[in-house]
Write a protein that binds this ligand. Structure first.
Ligand code: BGC
Length: 379
C-alpha cells in the first residue's frame, strides 16, 4: 500500500510501500482514502520543524485533512456503514486520568500536551491508500459533498473559534443576543488576516453568520484568493497597499479579527487596531524564527482600557466537525464556484513529496488517491 512519509532522522520525505491496516477491534472501521489536503503544518513537518513519528517508528505518514469511503466495519459499528463518505478527526486524547478535557471528550483542550494527532504527532496520518480508525473518530459526509468534503478539517478551525466566540459574547449582555442570532442585525464587522484555505473558509463562515467581512492578505489583487473573497460578498485588501493612517479608518471599528496567517508581526500590528470590547482570534502557528519587536505597553494598555480579548484556538471538537460538514453543504449551495475554487489542484500521491517540499502555488492542493478525480491544472 502506498503512503507518503517523513523520515526526520535522515531528513527525507518519501513515497513508501507499507502494509495495509486491518480491522482488529469491534468498533474499527476501514476507510479507503480518497483525498488528503496539504496545509502549512504538513509543509512544516516536511521541513522537519514540527511533527513526531509514532513510538518505535523511524517515519511519520503525514496527512490530517482527509476524506475517505468506508470499505469495512467491525461487528460493533452502528453509526457508519460500508459506502459512507467519512471525515476523520485529527486529535486523540491523552491517557492521564487528571486531564479533565480529554476525559470529557475534548482532547482539543488537552492540558498535559500528551495528546496524539494523526499525521502530526505520535500517530500515522491519512496520506495513504487505506486507514483504520475507531468509529467515534469518523464523521459521515453526505455524498453530494464528495468534491469539497476535504475542506471540512480546515473549516473546523473556524467552527471551534465560532463556538468559543459565541460563549465569550455572553460577557456583553447588550450584544450577545444579536450576535448569536444574526450578526447582521448589529452591523458586526470582521477582518480575516490571510487568504489561504483557513482564512477563506473563515471568511465564508463569518459572512454566513452575518458579519460584514473583509480579508487582509499579502498578494495584490486580483489573485485567486481575492476573486473568491469578492465572489462571496467580502472585501479584499492587499497588505502593504494601505497606508497606516487608512488602516485605522478601515479596521479601527472591527468587532472581530480572525488571524489565519501565523505571521506574528502582522498579528500584533493588527491587534493595535482592534476596537473596544472586541475579540482577536489567533489560529496560525508561527515557526520560531526569533523574537520580534512589539510595543508591549501600548498593546497591554489597549487590551485593558478597551476590554479586549485575545483568544488562541487549536484543533476542534467532534461537534465542530459536524457543524463544519453542515456548513460546507451550506457554502456549496450559496457559493458553489467559490467553494470549489479553494481547491487548486488534485494530484497523484507520487507528486506529494514535490508539492510538500517545493513552493506549491495556489490555495489548497489536494492529494487524490482516486485517479478519476485528479487534475493537475486549476479547477
Ligand atoms: C491541524 C490541527 C492540529 C494543529 C496542531 C493544524 O494544522 O489542523 O488539527 O491540532 O495543526 O498540530
Amino acid at each position: 500500500m502506498k503512503a507518503v512519509a517523513v523520515f526526520p532522522h535522515t531528513r527525507e520525505v518519501k513515497f513508501i510501500e507499507q502494509e495495509a491496516p486491518r480491522v482488529t477491534e469491534p468498533d474499527h472501521v476501514k476507510v479507503r482514502v480518497l483525498e488528503v489536503g496539504i496545509c502549512g503544518t504538513d509543509k512544516e513537518i516536511c521541513s522537519f520543524e514540527y511533527g513526531t513519528p509514532p513510538e518505535g517508528s523511524d517515519c511519520l505518514v503525514i496527512g490530517h485533512e482527509a476524506l475517505g469511503e468506508v470499505i469495512e466495519v467491525g461487528p460493533a459499528v452502528n453509526k457508519v456503514k460500508v459506502g459512507d463518505l467519512v471525515e476523520p478527526t485529527v486529535r486523540r486524547h491523552c491517557s492521564h486520568p487528571a486531564c479533565n478535557p480529554c476525559r470529557a471528550g475534548y482532547p482539543d483542550f488537552c492540558t498535559t500536551g500528551d495528546y496524539t494527532e494523526r499525521g502530526i504527532k505520535g500517530l500515522h496520518g491519512f496520506m495513504t491508500e487505506q486507514v483504520v480508525d475507531h468509529e467515534r473518530y469518523l464523521h459521515v459526509v453526505p455524498p453530494e459533498l464528495r468534491n469539497v468534503g476535504v475542506l471540512t478539517e480546515p473549516l473546523t478551525i473556524a467552527e471551534k473559534a465560532g463556538t468559543q466566540v459565541r460563549h465569550i459574547l455572553d460577557r456583553l449582555p447588550w450584544l450577545a443576543h444579536y450576535l448569536q442570532e444574526q450578526a447582521m442585525q448589529h452591523n458586526a464587522t470582521a477582518v480575516v488576516l490571510g487568504a489561504g484555505p483557513v482564512g477563506l473558509l473563515g471568511a465564508m463562515k463569518l459572512l454566513q453568520t452575518g458579519f460584514e467581512t473583509c480579508v487582509y492578505a499579502l498578494p495584490p489583487a486580483p489573485n485567486p484568493g481575492s476573486d473568491i473573497v469578492e465572489a462571496i460578498g467580502g472585501t479584499y485588501y492587499s497588505q502593504g497597499r494601505i497606508p497606516p493612517e487608512t488602516q485605522q479608518e478601515l479596521f479601527g471599528h472591527i468587532h472581530l479579527i480572525y488571524e489565519a496567517t501565523g505571521v506574528s508581526s502582522l498579528a500584533f500590528e493588527m491587534l493595535n487596531l482592534l476596537a473596544p470590547n472586541s475579540i482577536f482570534v489567533m489560529t496560525g502557528v508561527p515557526s520560531l524564527k526569533g523574537a520580534i519587536e512589539v510595543d508591549a505597553d501600548l498593546l497591554m494598555r489597549n487590551i485593558v482600557l478597551k476590554n479586549q480579548l485575545v483568544l488562541g484556538t487549536v484543533n476542534a471538537s467532534a461537534e465542530d466537525f459536524d457543524t463544519a460538514i453542515k456548513d460546507i453543504g451550506i457554502f456549496r449551495q450559496r457559493w458553489p464556484h467559490a467553494l470549489q475554487a479553494i481547491i487548486t489542484s488534485r494530484v497523484a500521491p507520487e507528486d506529494a513529496p514535490d508539492l510538500l517540499l517545493g513552493k506549491s502555488s495556489g490555495i489548497k492542493n489536494v492529494i487524490s488517491f482516486d485517479t478519476s478525480a485528479r487534475t493537475t491544472h486549476r479547477e
